[in-house]
Design a protein around this ligand. Structure first.
Ligand code: PSV
Ligand code: MN
Ligand code: MN
Length: 425
């Protein structure tokens, strides 16, 4: 299925009048506050969030997987699904591949399929947390951190191969997420594991093309339950600093212990110019797969508040934006549309913060006023502004409603069958 401009126009038609009324009302209020609505729209339009190939199918927990039907079972189908999302919201113009789940067979066909739906290739992700079918050695006790040199070598070579694949597709970054860790005290030496990881990453880093980045993800636990080698931003930052200018820390929102102040981490990393990427999701307990903004929207806003000031006041390069979630109950494409909307909304809210007054409140130690200013921005309903930015980009006023009205899932089920399954987690 392909979404055409006719589809967009016909599904926008019934919404146009009420949308225009809501938008005009909001725009007038924003202009009264001294904000430039046109400039806001341009910034919101420019924010593009990559879709990971593994988010397009129904994910599972270790207890079960309940497929929703019509899932993409080939890389071309995954690209087409991102094309559908992008046609609807004009906000996701790239896909992030996971190797070996997405090894391209025919590069020309893959590049053509992507070009047809105006999609490019975001960061490529390596996978050394699973053994592949024909793998001679096992990652059971670690990959880049393993005590066994030959296992480390296998994992290093895999990462180099992922870079070569990404180069053929036009990717510009390698994301490394390592499961390596231990489940029991005494299982391994923390210092040896970290040193092995650094040396392995260095070998991979030396293979990076000059215009590439290495994004180092951290996670406190899971799949191992006692220790993880790269467990927190400090460890990732330390490695990125030691490796060099092309290495950065990647913040995945779901990879923090409860109540961690993620916005402060963002501020610190940006001060040092080392925030390289972002994986969006949300979590209630220790998970990392809930819809962005569905549990802690204020935290998401506070994170964007730091990002927006960081863009203005630091020389941190623009991070690679991506959603990282895998859903086991909802239609994954609907979830991705909801997630992108939540991200854009938080970004828009951060853009309207009255920065001058905030700074004055901070300099004047006016605690109450500082809070008022942030909450005023967060409590402004900016959905009409986000919708208008998407409409002006040629997308749907309500991407989710159009997705439903155009019967996208039903069509995909007809085309691909009820039992088609996406490769991945
Ligand atoms: C595992 O936690 C994970 O969700 C990481 O966040 C990675 O980015 C992703 O899988 C893909 O490897
Ligand atoms: Mn992630
Ligand atoms: Mn994760």
């Amino acid at each position: 299925m392909k979404i055409t401009t006719d589809h967009i126009h016909s599904s926008n038609k019934p919404l146009e009048i009420s949308h225009a009324r809501e938008f005009n009302f909001l725009a007038e209020n924003l202009e009264k506050k001294g904000l430039n609505v046109e400039a806001l729209i341009q910034k919101i339009q420019a924010l593009q969030i990559a879709i990971p190939s593994w988010a397009l199918g129904t994910g599972g927990t270790r207890f079960g997987r309940f497929s929703g039907g019509g899932e993409p079972s080939t890389l071309i189908q995954k690209i087409q699904d991102v094309g559908i999302l992008h046609a609807l919201n004009r906000s996701s113009d790239s896909i992030s591949l996971h190797i070996p789940w997405d090894i391209p067979q025919d590069y020309d066909a893959i590049l053509q399929a992507a070009a047809e739906v105006e999609i490019s290739f975001d960061a490529v992700n390596s996978n050394t947390f699973q053994d592949q079918a024909d793998q001679s050695l096992s990652y059971k006790f670690g990959s880049l951190a393993n005590n066994d040199k030959s296992i480390r070598k296998l994992a290093i070579e895999h990462n180099k191969e992922v870079i070569r694949i990404g180069e053929k597709l036009g990717s510009k970054a390698l994301t490394v997420w390592l499961a390596d860790g231990s489940s029991f005290p005494g299982q391994h030496s923390f210092r040896k594991a970290l040193q092995n990881t650094y040396e392995s990453l260095l070998e991979i880093y030396q293979e990076l093309p000059s215009d590439w980045k290495m994004l180092i993800e951290y996670k406190p636990y899971e799949p191992y339950f006692y220790s993880t080698v790269i467990s927190d931003w400090g460890t990732s930052f330390l490695l990125a600093n030691k490796l060099g200018d092309k290495a950065f820390t990647l913040v995945d929102l779901g990879h923090h212990l409860p109540n961690t102040n993620i916005e402060q981490i963002v501020a610190t990393l940006m001060t040092e110019g080392k925030l390289g990427g972002f994986h969006f999701n949300d979590s209630k307990y220790g998970d990392d797969d809930l819809t962005v903004g569905s549990i802690k929207p204020y935290q998401l806003f506070l994170i964007f508040n730091e990002l927006v000031t960081g863009f203005e006041e630091t020389s941190n390069p623009t991070p690679a934006w991506m959603i990282d979630a895998s859903h086991n109950l909802k239609d994954p494409m609907e979830d991705l549309l909801q997630s992108v909307e939540a991200i854009k909304l938080a970004y828009a809210q951060a853009l309207i913060v009255d920065r001058k007054s905030l700074e004055a409140a901070q300099d004047g130690q006016d605690v109450g006023q500082g809070q008022e200013i942030l909450q005023d921005a967060f409590r402004t309903d900016l959905r009409p502004l986000v919708r208008e930015s998407i409409r002006q980009s040629g997308g749907a006023i309500s991407p989710i409603q159009s997705y439903r009205d155009l019967k996208v899932r039903e069509t995909l089920i007809k085309e691909r069958g009820k039992d088609s399954k996406a490769s991945g987690l």
